[in-house]
Write a protein that binds this ligand. Sequence first.
Ligand SMILES: [Zn+2]
Length: 258
Amino acid sequence: MEILHLNCGLLKTDLAQACCHCLAIVDGERVALVDTGIGLLDVLQPDDRLGRALIDSAGFRFDERRTALRQLQARGIAAHRVTDIVLTHADPDHTGGLADFPDALVHVAAEERAAVVAGHPRYRLPHFDHGPRWVEHGPSQNEWQGLRARPITVCGGVDILLVELFGHTAGHCGVVLRTSDGWLLHAGDAYYLRVEFDDPQHPVCAMAEAAAIDNARRLESLDQLRRLRDTLGGSLAMIGYHDESELSTVMDQTPTLQ
Ligand SMILES: [Zn+2]
């Protein structure tokens, strides 16, 4: 088994630039993705899928080669081998690639799915037109390092955890995997940039606050991540979805799963 770190999208405005840091968990013939970035249909039909206002405000940049589909194909991995997709949440920069893997089970927190069904305007319904095979995960009694956790099995036998990091959206979660080095935590959009942990005056903090559905919950989640960083030290590899500096440090690494 190995974990691939893929940059499946670029968001670029005059003020900021962000990546779309997805994971591919490769377990023999089966593959699971964590988030899906900007998809092939977004590249082909950006206005229909995303809308011009969002494209301009978020700075979506389109390049077919950057899609998860094309990057996996370049590694000899056909789309049908992707059996599971785990979403940290359902914002459009995370769901664009869903339609490129229509047979995959799509795991998401029940609260997030409910917010999509309720029609919250932050979500882009065209991303779900193909009829994803949703698997909703509700609260459980499990905990991981003091966070409420929801166990998921992907690829027919790989155990991972959805951990509650609510606030950015109603059901935003991190994804935890055990690796040969300790723990890998994909924190989604619980922070945009690592600097948010230590510099509350940084301009990105205002962006994060503006995008949050519940800013108090978002700040609680950020506190939890800060605590994990300080207590777990080197046994925790934590990555966010949008921080390019983190991506560059892990792109060359492919930690194995235990
Ligand atoms: Zn995002």
